[in-house]
Design a binder for this molecule. Sequence first.
Ligand code: GCO
Length: 456
Amino acid sequence: MKKIEYPKGFIWGAATSSYQIEGAWNQDGKGESIWDAASHTPGTIKNGDTGDVACDHYHRYKEDVKLMKDIGLKAYRFSIAWPRIFPLGKGKINNKGVEFYDNLVNELIANDIEPCVTLYHWDLPSELNKVGAWESREVVNAFVDYAKFMFNHFGDRVKNWITFNEPLVFAVWFYFFGIYGKKDIASGIRATHLVNVAHAKAIEAYRSSGYSDGQIGITLNLNSIYPKTNSSLDVEGAKIVDGVINRWFLDPVFKAEYPSDIVPIFEKELNFPPIPKDDLKILEENPMDFIGINNYSCTRVGVKKPEDLNDLGKLLLPKRPEKGVEVSEMGWEVYPDGLYDLLKRVYNDYNHPLIYITENGMACKDDIIVDNIVQDDDRLSYLERYFEAAHRAISDGVNLKGYFVWSLMDNFEWIEGYSKRFGIIRVNFETQERIWKKSALWYKEVIRDNGFNMKK
Ligand code: GCO
């Protein structure tokens, strides 16, 4: 048994996002988002599921905050549905939507739970999709106006802000899969740059909002990338994949530049245009306070033929792990050392930033309920091992200040609908009953003791 203790004041939290839990998709003046539109399009989501009701958190937020309090959470990461605040993306404000988040934030604070707000977790107002989504500077400006409103209205109570959640997913994969209405990866790669501009401009707006006692950052989904073998093809392939999924997102927000080995590939393959110098200047002048990392797994790259190195699609498309490898229900490899390597790497390569793990967790089969407790031993074991990996990184000097488990409760898992459960609290989607899982009971003890005894 190994005793693991975290630094004093370590922030233990849990995370969710608006579309995945709120429901009330068209209530109290909320506008339509691209996820309302997608889930209402037959054939898009598994089993025809939608987020129309989801966890009904919009009506049950008090009960949910009480659960957070019972678990002992120090912080709660959630996102704002932009079309609840600005139904058309810009212009007229919807006061009822603002009121909902006022109530939620006040309820959290009354329970000593620190609110951590993500401004954008994918539910773009549909009206802004009509003007070009993330390929359009009009949308960048609308985002900055929305952010300004949020800082001014909530800045007195909210001290932790995240501009964007996972640009790789919403600015690349969504274009690839057609969530904005067209399937075009080149558009997606171009969009990543405008997302970075929007991020930097939002930071600029935050700094001039007068609330200088808070912090603002971005959340990236990052993975450790490993070549399958030591062959030069695998090593070269892993370097390109790392460039595209990690450095392409880290370099601009930390160094105001794009990776020099990837730019020529994108220029050649995807017609990526030259980046305006003024945009890089905005990034340079508006550094962030912290980096949020979402990590669940790792990526292994094997390349068979030299010409495959030029085939981005082939290199990047996720492959099933080899037989015998431990995987989650999503098919993602369980590899805690990947998180350890990642934390060390980001810390060392990007000038020792302040880091939060803003998401980590596991989907697993957890249907067995004994004495009203869900028996999710696999998730508990996963969390224990990932927590230990994070602790090892802290012991090595990494400035990791907090850990947000994904997710507080089972919810709408995007195109997987309700078929995958990530919660530490079970949601019965028929009755909306919340049921504790073993992992939540264990997490409660970890938070209470600020550590745990590692079984192995
Ligand atoms: C993401 C999102 C979450 C997911 C979670 C599990 O990473 O896709 O931030 O909304 O639900 O990661 O897939």
